[in-house]
Design a protein. Sequence first.
Length: 363
Amino acid sequence: MPGGVNLPDVPPARPSDDSIGYAIVGLGGYALKQIMPRIGQAKRSHIAALVSGNPEKMAQVGDAYGVPSASRYSYEDFDRIADDPGIDAVYIVLPSGLHCDYTERAFAAGKHVLCEKPMALSSAECDRMIAAARRADKKLMIAYRCHFEPYNLEAMRLTSENALGDLRLIRTQQAYRMGPTTPAQNWRVSARYAGGGPLEDYGIYGLQAALYLSGEMPTSVSAATFRPANDARFAEIFAKDSAQLNFPSGLSAHISTSYDSTGKNNVPAYGTMAALDMDPAIGYGGHVMTLRRGRDEEILTPGDPEVQFARQLDHLADAIRDGIPIRVPGEMGRRDVRLIEAIHAAAQQGRTIALNPDGTMRG
């Protein structure tokens, strides 16, 4: 059991008759400390099943959340969820390298899928996931929680309404210093499960911010990576990624992410009329947003960041029950993985790479 987990004393009640039953796939720290504790805030979602490789932990968590013993599955018998009518959708909260496999298996079982970011470790895997969703005629949504968080939604509104004027520069920084570890101890430093490392895990928030604040797709990218020598943490992954994205409007976005520097999590955007600073920008809470016009400064407080988790769960429920379009579909996840591939290619080749409108590399 991860440290800092507070299990409920009383299982959350099912919020409505048409509530969506989720199977939570993976009982790591993020699921247990962020997602599941907020399920009681959802209006149309509840936990119907659990999937874990740790029977003792699953029993403890299942009892706390009122999940019947028959709806507790191991990874080996995961495919039996097909016979569980209480499961409408699965929420895949596994290491990134497992997303494609479990998404395909969930669709084969006839369930909808909410998948954590990054969608997968390659655009080819993303293609497979999208194809599986179409074959099953089920919904595929990527867990980009910032699209449901009030501060980031307000930033999207301001930039879409040209409140900053024409955007000229976006700088994103997502970094922290990881403690001693090895690939055998921590999946985030394993290439098999994490890909290149910090860009896929933490830096993808900055990449997303550059895209949803600009409303554009980049036309070219240049990049650099860094890996210190003789450091077990970075035997398989990069310690740092940085990239510059250039957009048709003349906007540049500088993205920096690291597992080996003092913590930072901010997204400032600079326009011809004003600047918007989010610092911190994409956490679970504690957001601060400042709008600056010349010497005038305004602190914006658009809402409680904590609602992002319940709203994300309910968004898929609304898509399933009411047929609304998914705001963060698999195609968006694939677009971002394509851009990550381009960033890594630009760094490896030491040159600027031209991009197509769908995020693929030209030539």
